[in-house]
Design a protein around this ligand. Structure first.
Ligand code: HEM
Length: 295
């Protein structure tokens, strides 16, 4: 096995076939896994908080009788046969979601009327006060960890050089090439695998610079403390506190979509090598197939 080369982000040198190199610095790795922990608890405790009022509105306000502003809700309705159905409404679309959303089983096996099921929430029983405490604890940890990742990433030029999409990668031909390659479940190996490809960069940069900051900003929009300190600036930016809550929920959904695709790609691209790189830093770029093009 060859000796470890420099981390991702330092000047590129051709990588001999099969070479293991040092891909992720310690701070990137620690921040990544703290982030995974935070996001997991934030989503689960957020769903518990959402269950206290399982409906979303556009505008400044939202309450039970605000039918015009309500665009999303999870509820239940009685069926003619005497049973109840879980109903999820998105705009004009009504979906029957019995068993998961609206009507689901509690830990004791009894059917209950509740937005998200207990097994998706933290804590796993209906407890708004406890869920809020955990949510705010992990939100601040998430923010501090995110700031550390950003400061370190900019200082070492990791974010500018490795994560931010390169101009030449943004050509439609290169993006189309990468999409086709992913659709065929072909992942670059060899020298090309030393750098994130364009779809990875777009996904990571979109998450780091747009999605997660938007999740934080919409979350802070709902804080009465920040509201008072900033004179209502944040909720105003998003069209009101109810709109900010809706956008907070949407950014959570998009984050879940990112995680599903991200983890699927890690599994498909070789989970042992991928996970090892995010745990120890070492990554095996493997050997390129003959004729594989670069970038
Ligand atoms: C169990 C869940 C997760 C696993 C197994 C996982 C695994 C990985 C692995 C193996 C890499 C390195 C990919 C490579 O070197 O090509 C990576 C990078 C990355 N992951 Fe995850 N991840 C998870 C969850 C998350 C979550 C929740 C987020 C954020 C919402 C996230 C954001 C990122 C970002 C931004 C990078 C690039 C980091 C950088 O280079 O600075 N991951 N992840």
């Amino acid at each position: 096995m060859a000796s470890l080369a420099e981390p991702i982000g330092l000047p590129a040198a051709p990588v001999p076939p099969g070479r293991v190199y040092y891909r992720h610095r310690i701070v990137t790795r620690v921040c990544h896994w703290i982030n995974v922990l935070c996001i997991g608890f934030l989503i689960a405790s957020g769903l518990n908080i959402f269950n206290a009022h399982p409906a979303l509105y556009w505008g400044k306000y939202g309450a039970d009788n605000d039918d015009a502003r309500r665009w999303f809700e999870i509820g239940a309705m009685d069926l003619p046969d005497g049973t109840a159905a879980g109903i999820t409404r998105v705009g004009d679309v009504h979906l029957t979601t019995t068993g998961v959303l609206g009507i689901n089983r509690a830990a004791n096996g009894q059917l209950q009327q509740q937005g998200f099921p207990d097994w998706l929430t933290f804590p796993t029983n209906r407890d708004l006060a406890t869920a809020r405490r955990w949510h705010f604890f992990f939100a601040w940890l998430f923010i501090l960890n995110g700031l550390a990742y950003l400061v370190y990433g900019f200082a070492t030029r990791h974010l500018q050089d490795d994560v931010w999409p390169r101009l030449r990668q943004l050509s439609p031909a290169n993006i189309a090439h990468d999409i086709v390659r992913h659709a065929k479940l072909q992942f670059p190996r060899g020298d090309e695998d030393r750098h994130y490809h364009i779809l990875q960069r777009l996904a990571y940069a979109g998450t780091v610079f747009v999605l997660l900051p938007l999740m934080v900003a919409t979350g802070l929009s709902m804080s009465p403390g920040f509201d008072a300190a900033l004179g209502g600036l944040l909720p105003g930016l998003f069209g009101g506190r109810a709109s900010a809550r809706s956008l907070h929920f949407i950014t959570m959904d998009l984050t879940v979509a990112f995680i599903v695709i991200h983890v699927a790609m890690v599994i498909l691209a070789g989970p042992i090598n991928q996970l090892r790189s995010m745990i120890t830093g070492r990554y095996d770029v493997g050997v390129a197939k003959p004729g594989e093009r670069s970038e």
